[in-house]
Design a binder for this molecule. Structure first.
Ligand code: AHM
Ligand code: MG
Length: 337
């Protein structure tokens, strides 16, 4: 049987894995473990909804818009409800920031010591066309005292404050990938047994890669530095791969080596992706896996958030690729000043 260097055999159930991990930390209270179980439960429910989306008419527009003015899909709403309910029932979380809700969701659980930032179903344009989509989550410890009201400072924390993060990819199989700061662990869902099994132990991203992922439709809006880097990728005959679902594009590059870029442009200097519940979680994972995530200038996780739904340009993936993209970005910006 394949074993990773911590002795966790591939094939271990998520539950058992979490339990063993908890036992490695003598003072762990078990709350974080329970929180991860809540996430896994919601993921199973969302997996079920997605796999029968075509049958039950739950795909398609819901008829309302989210806070970014984007059309909400039924499955976005369903996923949001599932995750919120799982956290409320679990009792460890006091507040949630969700892509689908303008304001902080106060779970009215003043004893909860954790805060979640999440995009319950990312890649909404792919929901209706049967293409991979994902859930992204970050876990923080609340700053304000337990027992009191939830404050903005509890949710506006830098990515460096994350105590855990991860994503669920609803693809050809459903996978849960997470880290609590001690490596990255990937689990594959076996629907007939209703269990996640450890399938990707101690995940690391190749230091370099040959895949670049960017929506080149934005070419004419890109800064010269972004274009220069893409030209370089083409000259080297790298592969262009872009699904348009961040989790799926990220996951592929994590396994194979590559870079994902959602750049800032003159019209949208901060790009499209949201710092708190899209960029930070994946930045945490990629750094744990040995890769890099920046906004073209500095680490994503060091950006001080000022708004719940603020955006950030994202350069994420294999270390060498991100470094090279950043160096071109900076040099050409300087020439054009
Ligand atoms: P969403 O949160 O509305 O789904 O938008 C986020 C998605 C990412 O998953 C994806 O990488 C990106 O938007 C694609 O954007 P574009 O269509 O501009 O390339
Ligand atoms: Mg999203």
């Amino acid at each position: 049987m394949t074993k990773n260097n911590l002795g966790h055999p591939v094939g271990t159930t998520l539950d058992r894995f979490i339990k063993r991990k908890q036992d490695e930390f003598p003072f762990a209270t078990g709350e974080l473990s329970q929180l991860l179980r809540d996430i896994a439960l919601a993921a199973k429910l969302v997996h079920r909804e997605i796999s029968r989306a075509g049958l039950l008419d739950v795909s398609g527009a819901f008829g309302s818009q989210n806070v970014q003015g984007e059309e909400q899909q039924k499955l976005d709403v369903i996923a949001n409800i599932r995750f919120i309910r799982a956290f409320r029932n679990g009792g460890e979380v006091c507040a949630i920031v969700s892509e689908e809700d303008e304001k902080i969701i106060d779970l009215e659980n003043s004893q909860g010591r954790y805060v979640i930032a999440m995009d319950p179903l990312d890649g909404s344009s792919n929901i209706d066309v049967n293409v991979s989509i994902g859930t992204i989550f970050s876990i923080y410890r609340r700053k304000s005292p337990v027992g009191g009201p939830v404050l903005e400072e509890d949710v506006l924390q830098k990515g460096t404050e994350q105590i855990g993060a991860g994503y669920i990819l609803y693809g050809s199989s459903t996978m849960l990938v997470y880290s609590t700061g001690h490596g990255v662990h990937g689990f594959t869902y076996e629907p007939s047994l209703g269990e996640f099994f450890l399938s990707h132990a101690e995940m690391t991203i190749p230091e370099d890669g040959k895949i670049y992922s960017i929506n080149e439709g934005g070419w004419h809006d890109f800064y010269p530095g972004t274009r220069e880097y893409i030209e370089t990728c083409k000259e080297r005959r790298y592969s262009a791969r872009y699904i348009g679902s961040l989790v799926a594009d990220f996951h592929r590059n994590l396994l194979k080596g590559g870079i994902y870029i959602y750049p800032g442009t003159e019209n949208r200097p901060n790009g499209k992706l949201r710092l708190l519940y899209e960029c930070n979680a994946l930045a945490f994972i990629v750094e744990q896996a040995g890769g890099m995530a920046t906004n073209g200038e500095y680490r994503i996780v060091e950006i001080d958030p000022t708004e719940l739904h603020q955006r950030a340009p994202l350069y994420i993936g294999s270390k060498r690729m991100v470094e090279e993209a950043m160096s071109m970005h900076k040099v050409l910006e300087a020439v054009n000043e």
